[in-house]
Design a protein around this ligand. Structure first.
Ligand SMILES: Nc1ncnc2c1ncn2[C@@H]1O[C@H](COP(=O)(O)OP(=O)(O)OP(=O)(O)O)[C@@H](O)[C@H]1O
Ligand SMILES: [Mg+2]
Length: 145
């Protein structure tokens, strides 16, 4: 399944994030694609808020992983921008978050292209394209079933 939508403001993006959040449960893996500044981190922030997290959502560019506590499960927010390969990610122990038999939360991955091979069973892929300052095109595809 694949849906395409255009949002014209942060408010509309938050509405979309809320609808998307309703489809999430643990364990799930969500890949976030799109250029620098497309809105990947901003989308995770809106989804985490919709899932009842009171934690501050920031870009994990340097930390690589931020964890937030949502109402019903933890959110693991990765930014693989600075990683070179799945192997580097495995060396850091990140593979355990991509094992569905052990995963207790929902994983979000920015720059998943950099760690191709680390993840197998992806639930959603969200691609964000910047149209202009406020406008974004979202393509959300459900990857299984
Ligand atoms: N409709 C919108 N949806 C999402 N972000 C928007 C929207 N309109 C404006 N923005 C702005 O675009 C910027 C997106 O930055 P953000 O850090 O989320 O991008 P990113 O895709 O995570 O980039 P990076 O690859 O550097 O991590 C933010 O400043 C945000 O406020
Ligand atoms: Mg980001």
């Amino acid at each position: 399944m694949k849906v395409k939508m255009e949002v014209s403001s942060l408010g509309q993006m938050q509405e979309l994030a809320k609808a998307f959040a309703a489809a999430l449960k643990a364990p799930m893996i969500v890949l976030l694609k799109g250029d620098l500044g497309a809105g990947k981190t901003t989308f995770v922030k809106a989804v985490a808020a919709a899932l009842g997290s009171k934690d501050e959502v920031t870009s994990p560019t340097f930390a690589l992983l931020n964890t937030y506590q949502a109402k019903n499960f933890p959110i693991y927010h990765f930014d693989m921008y600075r990683l070179e390969s799945a192997e580097t990610a495995r060396e850091l122990g990140f593979d355990e978050f991509f094992d569905k038999t052990r995963l207790d939360g929902v994983v979000f991955v920015e720059w998943p292209e950099n760690v191709e091979g680390l993840y197998q069973s992806v639930d959603f892929e969200v691609t964000i394209q910047k149209v202009d300052d406020k406008k974004r095109t979202f393509v959300i595809s459900a990857k299984k079933d």
